[in-house]
Write a new protein. Structure first.
Ligand code: FO1
Length: 304
């Protein structure tokens, strides 16, 4: 079994790549829930849904989130009523949130509902929310305190961030399934997701960080920063704002002694020696998964 610490798009692509070279049933994704939100009375779990939709081959390539072939009739009716429409929920996507919310009201856990949704979508990778307890990633910014999606969507991650915190992390517990995946999988892979706002909210739960540190030699991380920039989202900007170098070295500083092996892009080969000198094993390869052959090569490097 391989465990993948996962945020949204970067993790979804890595899991899809890994599924090309290992049986998907051998993969377990421990997924961030710090960007989950309650809106219109519905529980929305963007990272879990992005991964589920991507692995089902149904992700929306135009938006990068939500479902393919989406329509927006409910949102435009809601906007016409003067309702909150800044966070776009497509008509097809809404069914997922309605289903999840109803099941949670009936007493199911997020872990239960995630399993049910994966089954319905025919996804064989096991998706595990890191916790079933309430947690929320919050940004202290130049314009005040913002929830994750206020920062990310409403303000297009275009405000200066002073600090990030995960409310509820101290009290939250790892689910037994996530605990087992982190401690008993043959290896743990940190996906090329945003280290500060997708992976750290996983590491802050329970003893996740200690579990990884204790098996550092089995921990492989794929750098989300390539030649000083993130492929998508604000990871590069946030690293700089929070005092880290905007490079794979800055990401390595952030994770510190959790990682045994770094997988960095060919364009960052110049940093390989520095990482080796710090005691990491380093693999240099293509980390952009835009073509199947590259995705397969990256997956093979991760597994090797
Ligand atoms: N991202 C946007 O930029 N705008 C949206 O309106 C939006 C809606 C949305 C609805 C459901 C969902 O699962 C994801 C959605 N996202 C949207 C993506 C999401 O905000 C972020 O990509 C993740 O939270 C970061 O991992």
């Amino acid at each position: 079994m391989i465990c993948v610490l996962s945020g949204g798009v970067g993790a979804a692509r890595l899991l899809r790549a890994l599924s090309l070279v290992v049986e998907p049933t051998q993969l377990r994704a421990v997924v961030n829930v710090g960007d989950d939100l309650e809106l219109h009375g519905l529980m929305i779990c963007p990272d879990l849904d992005t991964i589920n939709y991507t692995l089902a081959g149904l992700n929306n390539d135009v938006t990068g989130w939500g479902l393919a072939g989406e329509t927006w009739r409910v949102m435009s009716e809601l906007a016409a009523l003067g309702g909150a429409s800044w966070f776009s929920l497509g008509d097809r996507d809404l069914a997922t949130h309605l289903y999840r919310t109803q099941r949670l009201r009936e007493g199911a856990t997020k872990t239960d509902v995630t399993r049910e949704l994966s089954e319905r979508f025919g996804v064989a990778v096991t998706l595990l929310p890191v916790t079933n307890d309430p947690v929320a990633t919050v940004f202290d910014t130049a314009i005040g305190t913002l929830s994750f999606q206020e920062y990310f969507v409403r303000h297009h991650h275009d405000v200066v961030v002073r600090s990030v915190r995960v409310e509820g992390a101290r009290e939250a517990r790892l689910t037994p399934e996530a605990h087992e995946a982190l401690s008993a999988s043959a290896s743990v892979v940190i996906a090329p997701s945003n280290p500060l706002i997708s992976i750290d909210p996983i590491l802050q739960i329970g003893d996740a960080r200690a579990l990884l540190r204790a098996r550092r030699d089995d921990v492989v991380a794929v750098s989300p920063i390539i030649a000083g920039a993130a492929l998508k989202g604000p990871a590069d900007r946030l690293l700089g704002e929070l005092g880290f170098a905007v490079s794979c070295l800055g990401v390595a500083d952030f994770y510190g002694d959790l990682v045994g092996t770094w997988i960095i892009d060919e364009r960052d080969e110049e940093h390989a020696e520095t990482l080796r000198a710090r005691g990491h094993r380093v693999v240099v390869t293509t980390t952009i998964m835009s073509h199947e052959a590259d995705a397969r090569r990256l997956a093979q490097a991760v597994l090797a």
